[in-house]
Design a protein around this ligand. Sequence first.
Ligand code: SAM
Length: 292
Amino acid sequence: MTDQKAIASPKKTKEILNKYGFSFKKSLGQNFLIDVNILEKIMHFAGIDKETGTIEVGPGMGALTEQLAIHSDKVVAFEIDQRLVPILQDTLSAYSNIEIVNKDVLKADIHQVITSQFKPDQEIIVVANLPYYITTPILMKLLMDRLPVSSYTVMIQKEVAERMAAEPNSKSYGSLSLAVQYYTKASIVMNVPKTVFMPQPNVDSSVLHLEMRETPPVTVEDEHFFFDVVQASFGQRRKTLRNNLSRHFKDKLNKETIEQYLNQAGIDGTRRGESLSMEEFANLANTFCKAI
Ligand code: SAM
């Protein structure tokens, strides 16, 4: 699609910038999309249709919001920058199915917003070009809040997308991969060049698709403790599991006890965290849970 009137074009974006004398705030991760073809692809990967309710984080000048309004039933967009509110009222004035919430998404009560803005039982998805400086806190908050959302399709820094979607035994695999994959099935659906943004960011971007799981892929006795063991196991990447766990639990368990529990879990203490699957971490945490 090459819609000349779309907000997502270099010409239209410059026009809006000039009209409002708007200056980008780097501290808010303001890199706006200026290519409508990329947005069409994002619509496709998000699996959006006219029945879907969509939540956007950071509408900016409305480039993505506009496409969400065209392709879905309703859009609720959280924008922290108050200067953008009158601009969005202008750029999106042709659409009656958009609600702009002028709030920091990290502080918003999204459950309440969902209840008040969407139909009961409506399928809700999140689609966003996230501000790079807080991608991980935003996604982890949304996932841990266990929102009634079926998928997330988000443009984020390529390196972070690789970490979130990584498999064991790869360079990018770590505690973030396990945290994201505990809640979702993660896949990178597209890499995106810097040239589709204004201003161009310093980093490469990817679109990450997260499909919410109905239940976690493993059963853990204590979620908090499971993630604590995962974090500890990656404490120092080059160190063995035995060393990382000994360091982390030094006030509670001696080395012999740690070795005994590793044996009981059937995991060789000379392995490194990056070689353990989610199932092995769950087994390890459930075994250690009894000792702590
Ligand atoms: N969606 C627009 C686009 O694609 O052109 C803009 C995306 S830009 C990468 C990120 C947007 O998130 C900016 O508009 C920024 O002001 C907003 N933002 C940054 N931090 C935020 C926060 N904590 N809560 C809500 N919005 C935030």
